[in-house]
Structure formats: structure tokens, C-alpha cells
Design a protein around this ligand. Sequence first.
Ligand code: ADP
Ligand code: MG
Length: 252
Amino acid sequence: MIQADYLAKHFKDRKRGTFKALDGVSFEARAGEVFGLLGPNGAGKTTTLRVLATVLKPTGGTARIGGVDILRDPGRVRRQIGFTSGDMGQYGRLTPLEALSFFARLNGLEGSTLKSRLHDVIDRFGIASYANTKIDKLSTGMKQKVAIARTVIHDPPVLILDEPSSGLDVPASRLIEEFILSAKQAGKCILFSTHIMEEAEYLCDRIAVVNRGRVTATGTMEELRALTGKQRLREVFLALLGLEEHAPGAVA
Ligand SMILES: Nc1ncnc2c1ncn2[C@@H]1O[C@H](COP(=O)(O)OP(=O)(O)O)[C@@H](O)[C@H]1O
Ligand SMILES: [Mg+2]
């Protein structure tokens, strides 16, 4: 469903000169699969997802989503995906109901289909009690639920979620996890990013570990454990980043 081939993204920066945020990122995520991009802050996760969602143009490489090339036909790519990123602005002066209707219409829904989709997502994400409150007045968790509801309003086959549970409390992140697993049951391809190993292990069928704009390893958690010879999650992660963990009290 998602195939990324040697994606590169270079930023020109006054301090860093030409900075390679992505330096040849390749991976493949299938339908019915939860695929995780796992990496530390600054690894290039958000940049990868924004390129796939056609928000950013890659400097090099390309990707296909459902067989459609992101460079050749970004419009068709966008219709196949639901994308949400933490830094994506919400329209604070709208209510969730208004915002969701707006996005549904943008995606070509109308009439009774529109109404039933709205009802579905509002019900599923527990938004009903604040569906008519301005988004500005909602908590982080409430806003995040609205953001995710928005990505699925048109029922796309591919979901691209950037750190979907970041900043959420346990009940709210549990809801997001359940949502991801049910989307997988429905045969969707879910690509999400996280810097939390436990979350990746719990949710992902396969994981690509990203560091400094490159994929350093891809596989199931089991495969990553075997690859590093480590058991504890953080040790697996550190080993894959090329940073072995020191014993407590050891001098670095
Ligand atoms: N618009 C931009 N201009 C310059 N540098 C950027 C821009 N966007 C991201 N970067 C840099 O690219 C690197 C990867 O960022 P990002 O993809 O946001 O990482 P992650 O999501 O894994 O934390 C970081 O060093 C970041 O500073
Ligand atoms: Mg990020």
C-alpha cells in the first residue's frame, strides 16, 4: 500500500547549511498492517510522513501509495489517505461538528452519507458531548480525537498518523490504540510514528527504526530483538541507533 523509495529531503539552513533531514528512506507497508516509524526526536519521522502525505516535496526519491506515485498524482494520493500531524493547525473557532463536516465535504461526502459518516465518527471517538463546543476550548486529548476523527471521515484505505498519542493521558491514548487496531482489522494500512518503544511493540506488525534521516533496521519486534541480541526494549532501540547502553554506574 505504501512504498517509499530512497526518499530524500534536504533543507537549507543558515546554521547547518544543507541539512539532510531524509537521506534515502525506503520501506514498504502493506494493507492490513500497522507499520511503525520508530526513532528519536529529529530522526526524520515527521518529514517522512509529510512527504508521503504530499504536504512536502521530496528532494530525491519517490513513493507510491496504493500504486499511485506521490509526485505524478498527488491529488489521487490525497484521496486515499487520512493524515494527521501534531503540528497541523485545527480551526479553533469551529466546533468539532463544523470542522468534521467541512473536511467531509472537502472529500466529496454529502447528503445522507455525510450525515451517517459524521454520526459514526462522533460516536466512535466519543466526541458527542463536545461536538458543539469551539475547538479552542477543548483539552489536548479532545482536540486529538477530533484530529483523528477528521483523518477517517472519508474512510480512506491508508492512515498516516504522526505521533498520534503524544501528549495524551492513558484513557485517551488507549482509545487511539483501539482505533488503530480496529482500522487494521478493517484491512487498512496504518503508518504511524512514535518515539516510544512500548507503543511500537504493542501496536506494530513491523517497525522501521529511523535515525538521522535513514532507516537503520526494519522488521518485526522479534526480528529486531534477534538482530541486536538484546531483550529489553530500550536496549534493542539503543543498539539499533548505534548507542549501546552502559551499565548503571559505568563511566561513559
Ligand atoms: N522546514 C524545515 N527546515 C529546516 N529543517 C527542518 C525542517 N523540518 C524539519 N527539519 C529538520 O529535519 C530533521 C528531522 O525533523 P523531523 O522530521 O521533524 O524529525 P522527527 O519527527 O523524527 O522528530 C530535524 O533536524 C529538523 O530540525
Ligand atoms: Mg516529529
